[in-house]
Structure formats: C-alpha cells, structure tokens
Design a protein around this ligand. Structure first.
Ligand code: PLP
Length: 419
C-alpha cells in the first residue's frame, strides 16, 4: 500500500486533524522497527531517534536486558490474579524505595503519566483533608480530568473547565508567587522540576527549595511530577536531586517502562500512604502494576543504575548543549535560545514558523526531534541516554546542517518583519 493511502487510513480511522498536520509536515513514513537509538521506516530508511517518543526511550529501543526480563516474566505469568501476592510488584516497589530520595517508600502502580498524577492528587486530598492545589503556568501533567485540572495550556483545558478540581496556576520559576498562593487550604503544590512540554524550562536554583519550605510550613504536600525528567534523563536519577529537594509524592511513568511497556508509579511517604490503612481500596487499577510491567520496570531501573545512564546523560548533554549554543550565537534569527539539563534539551526557534521549518529540515535529514506540546517554537532534543557517541555526533551535525539551511529563510523573515 502506498504511503498516501496509509495516511488516508489514519485520517479515516484515527484522527483527521492530526493526519492533516502529518501531511502538512511531510510526515508520511511508517515506522517499522527500532533498536537502540535507531528507527527504520517500512521502506528501510534509518532515522536517529533524538526524541525518544517524548522522553520514553532513556534506555534506547528494545534494550536486550529489558527484553530478556520481559520474556522471562512472559513465560511465567504476564498478568496478575489480583488476589495472590505479586513478587514482581514488591520487587519494583522495593527498588523504587531504594533509588528514590528521602523517605519515599510506598508505591502505587498504574499505566501512564496522567494516571500517576491522578493518584497523586487523590492521595494529597485524602492525606491533608484539603481541597486546593497550586500548579504552575506552562505545566503539563496529562489530559485525564484530574491531571488536566493542573495542566496549564488553555487550549486543552477550556472545554472542560467546569469539571475541574480547585486549582490555582502561578507563574513557573517565581518563588514569591508560589509562596503567596500556598495557604492553610492548600492540599498540594504540583510541579515539574524542569518543565518539559512548556519547552524545557529550568527554574532558578532557589525555586524548588523554596517550594519545599513553604509547603512544609503551611502543611501542604509537594508533588513532583518526574514523568518526563525521571530515570536519569537530566543527569541525575531524578531531577529533584539537582537541588537536593525531596517531595512527599513523586510521579513517574514514560522511561519507567524501559522503553518497552507503559508503566506509571506514584511514590510517596508513609504519611501520605497512611490513607490506605482505613481505605485500602480507595484507589485501584486492574492492570496497573501487573507482573509483566513490574518485571520490565525493575530491570529498567537496574540498567539505569548499572550503566550509569544519569552520568551518560550529563556528559552527552554538555556536549550537545555546547553545539546548540554555538548555533544560537551564529544564527540568532533561527535559534533564539537553548536550554536544558542532561539530555533534556530545548532548542527555541525565533517563532513557530521558523520552528516548523527547522523541524521539517531536521526530519528530512532523518533525525527525529519532537516539538513541545505547550510551545511549538521549541524542539526537544532528547535521545536515548545510551546513544553511542558517534551517533550523537552524527545527529548534532545533521541538526547543525538543518539550522544552516533554514538561516537564509529566517533572515529574510526577520528582515521583512523589521520593515
Ligand atoms: N507529566 C509530565 C511531566 C509529562 O511530560 C507527561 C506527558 O508528556 C505526563 C505527565 C502525562 O503522561 P501520559 O501521556 O503518559 O499520560
């Protein structure tokens, strides 16, 4: 079947609007197989994956140890009776407690980032008996109703506003604004330690420590959403460790599934999980924490530790940031700013038009990067943390070529808008 036909099927059976965007972007290749940091389309063309499916493939595609863990568990028992005790579930919870900072010791397992956030919000409300949640502008926490209440983008929120939790959004990175918003009615503050979908926004160094202090002072909980930043992505196992801040609740998903399966986790302290003492079934998920997912996630965590993927992310991230910052100096009409930590890097184009042209030029060179869901000017460069150095060099070279290609167009646009 021709590619055009395939996109028409997409348009007919999945999402007509998104299919039109794909067509407009010239994105008609069909993904076929993947290994490590490489993806091949059905025609056999190879792409360097520097988007990792939105920061999911920290270990690359089909890491052999994770595949082996999956196969072992598959041969034993993939899904649970939900009545007998589950060894993979306990092993994963134990491992999470060992790698998580501070006294985070309990886990609730689900199947996605939004579900991890839903559980966090419900637990915070029950544990404090309070209603209000403080979130940040630009935040992305998912699109189920509870998670969407704390997500920022009005385009996603407005049609559902009347169904939301009691939430106040404050500017991200401004500690004073946060301190003013947290009061005796606040159940929790929810933050991404580095905002991902907003376009990789790194807060000032005092921000998270002050968020921690004010929540402690006013009896509110601090929820850190590390769905995107967790598991080594930013150069630490968890991004909050850059600032030595320990939340009451940590949300994980994406890379926790080892690049193989969907897994979500809401990790909390004893004080938070006390909620389950009287009401053990207050929050449940039939498929969350199934043996297959837990075996895969546990192996993913072991690989992140044993292969020092946070260290890899830090070293390679410095290199990539250096290259992109040079490009920003040389071509400010194309790249306005470059930001990031480890291998979570945002390349902010001068405007969304230039961003679109740059994305197209990069993709044509068969490098996959992904735009920010809350800011289309920003392209995210987030390859697998174990991407071989040679492949990283190659990808950086192709991005540099794409910037050179777009520069004359961006110069012309900038000239036209100055006139
Ligand atoms: N939280 C953060 C920080 C995210 O980046 C995302 C997804 O991009 C989510 C939550 C939602 O995760 P999911 O798409 O798995 O529901």
């Amino acid at each position: 079947m021709g590619e055009e036909d395939f996109l028409s099927l997409y348009e007919y059976h999945l999402n007509p609007g998104l299919a039109r965007v794909f067509r407009f972007m010239g994105l008609e290749a069909v993904e076929g197989r993947a290994e490590g940091a490489l993806v091949w389309d059905e025609d056999g063309n190879a792409y360097i994956d520097c988007g990792s499916g939105y920061a999911v493939m920290n270990l690359g595609h089909r890491h052999p140890r994770v595949v082996a863990a999956l196969e072992r568990q598959l041969q034993k028992m993939p899904l649970s009776t939900r009545l007998l005790l589950s060894r993979p579930q306990v092993e994963l919870a134990e491992l999470l407690a060992a790698v998580a900072p501070g006294r985070l010791r309990y886990s609730f397992f689900s199947n996605s980032g939004a579900e991890a956030v839903e559980a966090a919000l419900k637990l915070a409300r029950l544990a404090t008996g309070r209603l209000k949640v403080v979130a940040a502008r630009g935040a992305f926490h998912g699109k189920t109703l509870g998670a969407l209440s704390v997500t920022w983008n009005p385009a996603y929120r407005n049609p559902f506003k009347d169904l939301f939790l009691h939430v106040e959004h404050v500017p991200y990175g401004e500690a004073e604004a946060l301190e003013r918003a947290v009061d005796e009615e606040t159940a929790a503050v929810i933050l991404e330690p580095i905002q991902g979908e907003a376009g990789v926004v790194v807060p000032p160094d005092d921000y998270l420590p002050r968020a921690r202090r004010v929540t402690q002072e006013r009896g509110a909980l601090l929820i850190l959403d590390e769905v995107q930043t967790g598991l080594g992505r930013t150069g630490r196992m968890f991004a909050c460790q850059h600032w030595g801040v320990v939340p009451d609740i940590l949300c994980l998903a994406k890379a926790l599934g080892g690049g193989i399966l969907p897994v979500g986790a809401t990790v909390g302290t004893r004080e938070v999980f006390r909620v389950f003492e009287d009401q053990p079934l207050i929050h449940t998920s039939t498929l969350g924490g199934n043996p297959l997912a837990c075996a895969v996630a546990a192996e993913a965590i072991r690989v992140v530790r044993e292969e020092d993927l946070p260290g890899e992310a830090e070293r390679k991230g410095e290199k990539a940031l250096g290259v992109f910052r040079e490009l920003a100096v040389k071509h400010p009409q194309v790249v306005r700013e470059v930001r990031g930590r480890g291998l979570l890097i945002g390349i902010e184009a001068r405007d969304s038009g230039v961003g679109g042209a740059l994305l197209e030029a990069i993709l044509r060179r068969r490098v996959i990067v992904v735009p920010g869901l809350n800011d289309f000017r920003v392209l995210r460069f987030a390859p697998p943390l174990n991407i071989p150095d040679g492949l990283l060099e190659e990808a950086l070279g192709r991005v540099a070529e794409a910037v050179e290609e777009v520069a004359p167009l961006a110069d012309a646009l900038a000239g036209a808008s100055a006139e």
